[in-house]
Design a protein around this ligand. Sequence first.
Ligand code: HEM
Length: 401
Amino acid sequence: MDASETLVDALMRQFPFDVSTEEFVQDPYRFFEQVRRTSGPVHRTRSGDVVVLGYFEAMAVLSDPRFGHGAQTAQEQTNYGVPARTFLLTDPPGHTCQRARVRRAFTAREVLRLRVKINELTATLVQAAARAGRADIVADVARPLSATVIADLIGVPEHLRDRFAQAAALLVRAMDPPQLIDAETRERIARARVSLARDINVALRHPSDTGLLRAMAHGSADHTARAETVATCAQLVAAGYETTVGLIANGMHALLQHRDQLAQLAATGPSEKAATAAVEELLRFDPPIQLAPRSALVDADIAGTPVPRGTVVSVLLGAANRDPRAFPQPHLLRFDRQTRHLAFGLGTHYCLGAALARLEATAALRHLLTHSPRLLEPRILYSPARVARSVQSLHVHLNAP
Ligand code: HEM
């Protein structure tokens, strides 16, 4: 951004709408719709960057090896908020073995172990809230659930969990366009990054009996391997904490605003099957990650639109999930949709935590709905982050157990 350029000008070079406004934060879908109507599924900005709003075009980019992250460092590229370059921002072949290393530790058995814990913990949290008669679903259910599960997955000691959660909540801000992050927040993000890396390093020396750190500690003998393990775990915290909070909070918000669907779902029990299907639709409707950043690694095209090498390509997952060609009446919540949403991305970087996030959201939904939640706030606000989208607080009345 040069001295004469305003913040809005700088942002408008990258996006076809002013992402700095409160209106955009509260309801980005209205803006996506306007651009889709005038530009179609692929929009080229004034600076030549490309914004993808269409479902089929988003799928094409995410599964095409001509689009990736390129040779820049992770923080130069998108500032994803992790202390070193990790596989989220690495292209194959480097990506392939780093991802495989995490996958090996992140087994189906591990997810099964966490499933039991998730159900017990969710029941405890929701029952405590119901006894009080009211709750902030974000602070009283989503945050403690997500923080405990991610810390357990990694295998960090109990006393570090709150610190991890605080750091993670800040790190998601680092995914936003840098112009939107004020100096004080930037300073806090930098401190959070350092403290998270330090805590993971300490935990790596004394890992819990279960969890990724224990599995990865064996392969972290030398300095480089150790730094990679720390970066990977920091990425899991950054990628997995606030996103899961967002899924539970945004999902419950959507449901509470669609009373007929809520009643229909509650009438089933809700059964595990019905709740699982509902979570998929809630992921489509208001996804916690709105943007998957890519750039063209070679001269390429998206559905016939030429995209020269080096072009920044912003895939808007929330917009793709509301493409009427893939989801008829996209602004309606419907639990019988068949098309797969893109909330967890697609292809090489498909979310590694998807199964875990689904389990947590399904448990939260099932337990909360048995207490007939009713909204107590007239207006729900979303937090200021743009890439990570999450309801700030959600106060509800709950029937006693
Ligand atoms: C509702 C919750 C979640 C959502 C919406 C979400 C969304 C996403 C998306 C969209 C991507 C792909 C980004 C891209 O292609 O640029 C991604 C990747 C990733 N997610 Fe998630 N995520 C969630 C939960 C989690 C959890 C709980 C974890 C870990 C425990 C996790 C770990 C990861 C990792 C490691 C990657 C990078 C995979 C790779 O680069 O190969 N996520 N996630």
